[in-house]
Design a protein around this ligand. Structure first.
Ligand code: ASP
Length: 344
């Protein structure tokens, strides 16, 4: 699809519900050849942009997307970075927040938009939410002022809102309003006008080049604390062979039981070289260790506060830091600072 002006967008289709149509013979849903996307969304040609599409082969349900795919996506963006003005990644909603978080850490000093979108209903259905999501994601990816992208971030567009990828979580398995960004305002709101909230968008240093880091260490775990949690369970997890980092999802503002055995298990894991990162299991808000006695001892034991990070950003950040840093100190230091706007 060659357009009339120079704005160019690369669509990268990884898989997910959006790329499905009814098979005319069997009636069941089958993936489309994404290179023929204008056949299914003819409105795209009205943009007048140069829109190219590439597709993963085979396409993936996002439950099967892993760090290898994150690396592949970063490689594609790196390869075509100079050729396109913006990138729109079509991805299943189930793990979209993880992939967007991972990419936000991998693509340092990003100057072009990388917008993830998808849909709850396949693009081939009359009531699909995919058409609007795709069209507006492309419009935002193409938006520039004085040659600079208006939203040079890794973000998620769904149901009239563009939110920062590493702040976003899948919230509903039912509604078109799938995602929420509980601790950070939307970067863009689409109504009659498309409103760019420039005061909350991150802008890179225009003179620095993109740096792509492509290494992850998956020796991490998430332990959700619950009333009645047993020592046997905590002991088994913290003794998992090779485990380098443990995220604990705690109550409220970062609280956990004060049973002496619980603190002992955490302390012993940290003494053996493990890193523990404390995130809240609440949907919004922040960990504030030390506010209650139920988190004070964890802080004294060396547990690191995840502040208002999402679990999705926490697990991808931990894997990324363990894969790219040279020392434990470096991992710990970076966990506590915002690398890509993921914590306040
Ligand atoms: N299971 C699908 C996926 O995440 C759902 C979707 O496409 O939204 O790939």
């Amino acid at each position: 699809m060659t357009g009339r002006n120079e704005t160019s967008i690369l669509l990268i289709y990884t898989g997910g519900t959006i790329g499905m149509v009814h098979d005319p013979v069997t009636g069941s849903l089958i993936p489309i050849d994404f290179k023929l996307i204008t056949t299914h969304v003819p409105e795209l040609s009205k943009f007048g942009y140069d829109i190219q599409a590439i597709s993963f082969d085979p396409v993936k349900d996002s439950s099967n997307i892993d760090p290898q795919v994150w690396i592949r996506l970063a490689e594609i963006i790196e390869e075509f970075y100079d050729r396109f003005d913006g990138f729109v990644v079509l991805h299943g909603t189930d793990t979209m927040a993880y992939t967007a978080s991972a990419l936000s850490f991998m693509l340092e000093n990003l100057r072009k938009p990388v917008i993830f979108t998808g849909s709850q209903l396949p693009i081939g259905l009359l009531r699909t939410d995919g058409r609007e999501n795709l069209i507006t994601a492309i419009e935002i990816a193409a938006a520039r002022d004085l040659g600079l992208s208006l939203v040079p971030e890794v973000s998620i567009y769904f149901d009239n809102k563009l939110t920062r990828g590493n702040r976003t979580r899948k919230y509903s398995a039912e509604h078109f309003d799938v995602f929420k960004s509980p601790n950070y305002p939307p970067l863009v709101e689409a109504g009659i006008h498309v409103k760019y909230n420039t005061h909350v968008i991150r802008y890179p240093d225009p003179d620095r080049d993109l740096i792509v880091r492509k290494s992850f260490d998956t020796n991490v775990a998430i332990l959700k604390i619950f009333p009645g949690i047993s020592r046997k369970l905590v002991n088994a997890i913290t003794h998992t062979e090779g485990l380098r980092g443990l995220i604990i999802e705690t109550f409220g503002s970062g609280n956990a039981p004060t049973y002496p055995w619980f603190i002992e298990e955490l302390k012993s894991y940290i003494e053996r070289g493990g890193i523990i990162f404390n995130v809240t299991q609440c949907h919004g808000g922040s960990v504030e260790m030390g506010v209650y006695e139920t988190s004070l001892e964890m802080r004294e034991a060396g547990v690191i506060s995840g502040k208002d990070i999402t679990s999705e950003a926490a697990v991808t950040k931990l894997m990324f830091l363990l894969g790219t840093c040279n020392s434990r100190e470096e991992v710990e230091k970076n966990l506590q600072r915002s690398m890509a706007g993921e914590i306040s």
